[in-house]
Design a binder for this molecule. Sequence first.
Ligand code: BG6
Length: 462
Amino acid sequence: MKQFPTDFLWGGAVAANQVEGAWQEGGKGLSTSDVQPKGIFGDVSDRKGHTFSLKDTAIDFYHRYPEDIALFSEMGFGILRVSIAWTRIFPKGDELTPCEAGLAYYDKLFDELAKHGIKAMVTLSHYEMPWHLVTEYGGWSNREVITFFERYAKVVFKRYAEKVKWWLTFNEINMSLHGPLTGVGLQDGCSESDVYKAIHHQLVASALVVRACHLLIPDAKIGNMLLGGLVYPLTCQPNDVFETLQENRKWLFFGDVQCRGTYPGYMLRYFRDKGIDVVITEEDKHILKQTVDFISFSYYMSGCVTADKALSKKIRGNILNMVPNPHLQASEWGWQIDPVGLRTLLNELWDRYQKPLFIVENGLGAKDQPDEQGQIQDDYRISYMNDHLVQVREAMEDGVDVLGYTSWGPIDLISASKGEISKRYGFIYVDRQDDGSGTLARTRKKSFYWYQEVIRTHGASL
Ligand code: BG6
C-alpha cells in the first residue's frame, strides 16, 4: 500500500479522568467524573460512603507517565492527545488564582513528551468539570460558567504556550445532548430546553477560547471535537432518508456552529417547533464567528435510522439513537464495526466544511485474555484498526485533508461509559481488573508491534 505523507501525525489519545488516578493529590478538586464511579451514564455518588471507583487510581498515569511515554515513544508516536483535569488547575472552578501544583504537574508531563520528541495535543474539557460548579451554579446552564472556563483556558494557554501547539475545546461536544455531561440534570433531571441552553453556553465558551488561543499562542492550532455519529437510512424509503438527515443534523449542528460561526436554520426551526427557549444575544452571535482551525472527531461505529417506530429498536453505543445495521458485525459491547463508514465520514466532513480533519479517537474495546506465556494476541484489534486505517488512506486519496490519527486508548484505561477496565483498547496491557486488583504492570500486546510497524513504514505495512 502507498505510504501516508511523512508529516502525518501518528499517535494515541487518553483523557485525564480515565488514566491519571490520584484523584485527591496535588490539591485536585472533586470533578463530575469523581462522583460518577460507574461512568457517564451512571448514578451520582457523593463519595462520602467510601464508594469504590476504579478511576480513583485508574492506571496511575499520574505517577507512571514517564514509563508510559517511553512505551509510546518506542512505538514511534509523533503526538499524544491528553486532557487537562480542570480541577487540578481550579479545584472548585470559581477561584481567581490557579493551583500551582496542578500547573506544575502538566509542565512535567509536557516536558517528558518533549524529551521523546512527542507533540502534545490537549483537550481542555474531556467529560468532566468541577463538581462545585454543578452544585453551586447548576453546571453549564449558568452563563457564569463561561467566564470560569475562559479563565481556566487562558491560564493554561499562557502557561503552556511554548509546550503545546495543538488544542481542542470540548471532547465530543455533541454528547452534551446527554444533559448530565453539561452538569445539568445530574442530580434531578432536566428538560430539553435546559440542555440546549447549556449547550449554547458551551458553544459560546468554545468560541471564546478559540479567540483566546489565537491571541495568546498565534502559532498554535485549536480545533473542536465531535463524536462522528454517522447514521445511514435503514431503507431507501424517503421518510427513512429524511429521518436520517435529521438524525445526522443532531450532531452536525455542533460542527456547523463551530466551523461556520452561526446557528443553522434547521436548528432554529427545531427550537421554534419544540418551544425551546435559547437566548442567543447579539454579542453571542459575534463571538460564535471565531471558528476553529481544524475539526477533530472520534469514530468507532455507525448505525441506522428508520422512520418506522415499530422497527426502531435502539442500541446504545457511545451515541444514543442507533438502529443496528443488518450488514455489520458488532464488538462485544454491541458497537457496529464499519471501516468504510470512516471513509464516508471523512469525505462528508471535508465536503461540508473544507477544514483539515484530525481523527483523534478510533479503536476497539475488547476483553483481552493473556495466553499461557502471559502475552495478548489481539489479532481482532489489529484487524479492526488495520481496516480503518486503510479507509483513511482511501479518503486521503479522495482528496480529504487528514492531519493525523490518534488511536483511542493506546494503553488500557477506564471506560468512560461504564467505569470498567475489562473493556480494553490498548496496545499496552495494564494489569488491573474491574474489582481493583492487579499490579498495574504494563505489558506490550501483539498490536503494539503492529502499530510500531505501521508508524515506522508510514502506513505502507497496512
Ligand atoms: C469516546 C470518549 O466516546 O469514546 C472516550 O471520548 C471514551 O472518553 C471512548 O473512553 C470509548 O468509550 P468507552 O465507553 O468504551 O470508554
